[in-house]
Design a protein around this ligand. Structure first.
Ligand code: DAH
Length: 339
């Protein structure tokens, strides 16, 4: 019996498996609870003559720990080998990286700014956190004037002088404080209003502001610039019309419509069968605004305009819910992959 156990010890010592499968077979052969060699040998213990028991027990335990050690070390070794083999398989296809896409609002903003750049406008930016002076007062919104209620404002409780800007018009003031005319600038940015979220309104959206101040700037300049912009952006057959309006910071003020981008003016459900779409607000910079930033209104005149980027993106891509712009749903964003 003892001789038999010693043979097994030799067998275990020289065992050199090439795969984890072979090692598993080896484990079953020796360690299986039912018919494993070790189980059987331990059962034999009873039939060994008493004087041989100490030696038999010793070699048997030796065999047992040898099998255990062997399995443990070979398992780690074979797993390592297998892992490094897969790492080195140069024929495997690589992981493909998902290509990001540009956000539709970024696409539209870029296209619009490009058009104005070609017309000689510079691109600049103003702050989103603003004080009352730049968002309202300097823009000719008198204190307690109902015009302030045109835009529902986010105030900071501790300091009523600090607001989240309600429009990019604040950047007009900031820009004119720093630069002397002639100046010709477009100012894009994010704006905030205290409004309930729905398909048609949101508390955060984007605008582009335009401003041109020089000697002898007239309403005709404004009309021609905006006509050129509309035809560049919406197509050469686009027409525009102006309707009188009111903004505290412009006098006279107007709203501009373009012929419907979908039906071309014939009437459809996008333009509510009017043939026209409202696009922006504009006007001649109010002399009070120029005076507020130290520009002499006797010497200089200017025009300004402002519009929402979301509205234009919605018309361009047929998007009908404002919330889609901010939800970051990949199914929506992926549709702009190649733009
Ligand atoms: N600030 C206006 C708004 O948010 C838009 C606007 C109207 C801007 C007329 C202008 C302008 O510069 O001249 O509704």
């Amino acid at each position: 019996m003892i001789e038999q156990v010693k043979k097994y010890i030799e067998e275990v010592r020289s065992f050199q498996p090439k795969t984890l499968d072979e090692l598993e077979q080896f484990r079953v052969k020796f360690m299986s609870k039912k018919h494993g060699i070790l189980t059987n040998l331990f059962k034999e213990f009873r039939n060994i003559p008493p004087e041989q028991k100490p030696e038999y027990g010793k070699v048997l335990n030796q065999l047992k720990s040898l099998v255990e050690q062997k399995i443990k070390s070979l398992k780690a070794q074979l797993e390592d080998q297998q892992a490094s083999r897969t790492d080195l398989d140069l024929t495997l296809p690589g992981d493909s990286l998902a290509v990001g896409s540009r956000h539709p609002l970024s696409i539209v903003r870029r296209e619009i700014l490009d058009i104005f750049r070609r017309m000689g406008f510079i691109v600049a930016h103003g702050p989103e956190i603003e004080d009352d002076w730049h968002n309202f007062t300097a823009l000719n919104f008198p204190h307690d004037h109902p015009a302030r209620d045109m835009q529902d404002t986010f105030f900071i409780e501790r300091n009523p002088d600090v607001v989240l800007r309600t429009h990019t018009s604040n950047s007009q003031i900031r820009y004119m404080e720093k630069h002397k005319p002639p100046l010709k600038v477009v100012l894009p940015g994010r704006v905030y209003r205290n409004e309930a979220v729905s398909a048609r309104s949101h508390y955060v959206f984007h605008q582009i502001e335009g401003l041109y101040v020089d000697k002898d700037v007239s309403f005709a300049d404004l009309k021609q610039t905006l006509l050129l912009f509309a035809q560049e952006y919406f197509g050469e057959h686009t027409q525009i019309r102006f309707r009188p309006s009111y903004f505290p910071f412009t006098e006279p003020s107007a709203e501009m419509d373009v012929t419907c981008t979908l039906c071309g003016g014939k009437g459809c459900n996008v333009c509510k069968y009017t043939g026209w779409l409202e696009i922006l607000g504009c006007g001649m910079v109010d002399p009070n605004v120029l005076a507020n930033v130290g520009i002499d209104p006797e010497e200089y005149t200017g025009y300004a305009f402002g519009f929402g980027i979301e509205r234009i993106a919605m018309l361009k891509y047929g998007i009908n819910d404002l919330r889609l712009f901010l939800e970051n749903d990949k199914r929506m964003l992926d549709q702009f992959q190649y733009l």
